[in-house]
Design a protein around this ligand. Structure first.
Ligand SMILES: [Zn+2]
Ligand SMILES: [Zn+2]
Length: 309
């Protein structure tokens, strides 16, 4: 008998959550990498798919191998492909170990790969685009762990000056009066591995347009397992969902113990059809494909309707 060819694997999950694409791969314990191309950032780098190279920034949630396995490769390959050095944003507690890892590769490769490392203290921010920052915050896991929010900062006229004529505003500004305030618009939040903790309901997570979160366990019998491993269980997600204002909650890091179909069924039975609608699973290949086809059809219909008018 002929030997079987190896299994087909490695297709990236893909979701279009206007105005963002969320793409990558995520299975608990194996690898997690989630890319938001519009924000030029990847969250975690468990392995480095080709598409992930295009993002200049990678924010690392914690040091477990399924979240950092592709980090050195990402840095090296970006330079090899002429894309410039990558920038690693991480919890300051992780920075020395990341540096030691990268130093190890200098000996192995007999060459130096340039990269930038940005160690963040809790609540510290780093600008990734004009007026867009990444903010790190502490989570609870078996290793030092960070979540991240991506926030747009818009400068707005203070309400008391809204009706002032331009000339008067200029005069105030020249006199050194602070006439604007900074408005924060949380665009995206990313929660890698974590136990349920108060950070889940912080404002820049609750109000984020898109929330990406781990949900490792599904089975009602696995509550204890989730607690021991400091992970989220789908029952935690069900409890959390009502306070989230996001248009989509993207779940990642599902254990191989459960199928996507089981996860969707369990979620549906916990929160009902209406609430389950904005919860998406990154690795739900079939569901995501159907959803995308519907989005394409809707966009095409809109275009032809506009032509007719
Ligand atoms: Zn993990
Ligand atoms: Zn972990």
């Amino acid at each position: 008998m002929l030997p079987k060819p190896p299994p087909k694997e490695g297709a990236l999950g893909f979701l279009y959550v206007p105005p963002y694409r969320v793409q990558g791969f995520s299975v608990a314990g194996e690898a997690t990498v989630v890319q938001a191309p519009e924000l030029d950032i990847c969250f975690d780098m468990g392995y480095c798919p080709r598409a992930a190279l295009a993002s200049k920034f990678v924010a690392i949630s914690h040091g477990h191998m399924d979240h950092v396995g592709g980090l050195a490769y990402y840095c090296s390959q970006r330079v090899f492909q002429g894309m410039g050095p990558g920038t690693i944003i991480c919890d300051a507690r992780l920075a020395p170990a990341i540096k030691r890892m990268m130093d190890g590769y200098i000996d192995l490769e007999q060459q130096v790969t340039p990269y930038e490392i940005v160690p963040l203290e809790p609540e510290q921010e780093y600008e990734i685009k004009n007026n867009v920052v990444v903010r790190g915050f502490e989570l609870e896991h078996g290793a030092p762990a960070f979540g991240y929010s991506v926030i747009e900062k818009r400068s707005k006229l203070k309400p008391e000056y809204v009706d002032y004529p331009q000339e008067k505003l200029r005069e105030l500004k020249e006199r050194g009066v602070e006439i604007t305030r900074i408005l924060e618009i949380p665009l995206m939040a990313y929660l890698g591995d974590t136990a349920p903790c108060p950070q889940l309901v912080r404002e820049d997570v609750r109000k984020a347009q898109v929330v990406i979160s781990e949900c490792t366990f599904i089975d009602p019998d696995h509550r204890k397992r989730a607690k021991i491993g400091k992970h989220l269980h789908v029952e935690d997600i069900a409890e959390w969902l009502p306070v989230l204002e996001c248009s989509a909650l993207v779940l990642i890091h599902l254990s191989r113990r459960n199928t996507i179909a089981q996860a969707k069924r369990e979620l549906l039975s916990l929160v009902g059809k209406e609430k389950a609608e904005r919860v998406l699973f990154l690795m739900d290949q079939r569901g995501s494909r159907l959803r995308y086809e519907e989005q394409v059809a809707a966009a095409e219909k809109l275009a032809t309707d506009a032509q007719r008018d």
